[in-house]
Design a protein around this ligand. Structure first.
Ligand SMILES: [Zn+2]
Ligand SMILES: [Zn+2]
Length: 157
């Protein structure tokens, strides 16, 4: 048995299968505290979206999302306060109906994933390298000042 440490997760590598033991829990909440959630494991995709919908919905220059497996996400409290807004046929935005905090984006073409809003995450979740998307729609008053990859629309396009 070989003990490996992957980011903040303590993982045992046994027979080439890796079983992670529970220290890698990401916690987050809305501003009023009603909606609380947990994610087992780690963020596998870290994006900063400059599209006009994200800018309006988040009231900010861009929105930051952490991609996670859907089956690793659970609500701890506040589910009755959740509201959903369909920003397009393919995208649902879930937010706290009490305080308005955006909690996650549910991109229907990816049923196995959810995109939590990084602004609601507590502490340092140890994100992978990020990237900017929909830079072609970015706010004219905001200048990107990092060396992360930039995509005019989706990263795959
Ligand atoms: Zn709230
Ligand atoms: Zn966006």
């Amino acid at each position: 048995m070989r003990l490996t440490i992957i980011k903040n997760l303590a993982c045992y590598t046994i027979n080439s299968k890796t079983d992670c033991i529970g220290v890698g829990v990401i916690k987050g909440r809305c501003e009023c505290g009603s909606v609380q959630y947990e994610v087992d494991g780690e963020i596998t995709d870290f994006s900063h979206c400059h599209c006009s919908q994200c800018r309006r919905l988040h009231g900010a220059a861009f929105a930051s999302f952490g991609g996670i497996p859907r089956d690793k996400f659970r609500y701890v409290s506040g589910e009755s306060d959740l509201k959903t807004y369909a920003s397009s046929e393919k995208m649902d935005r879930v937010f706290c109906g009490n305080c308005g905090s955006n909690i996650l984006a549910d991109f229907k073409p990816e049923p196995g994933a959810l995109y939590i809003t990084m602004g609601t995450v507590d502490g340092d979740p140890k994100c992978p390298p990020g990237y900017h998307q929909f830079v072609g729609s970015k706010a004219p008053w905001y200048e990107i000042c990092d060396d992360l990859p930039r995509h005019d629309t989706w990263p795959d396009d």
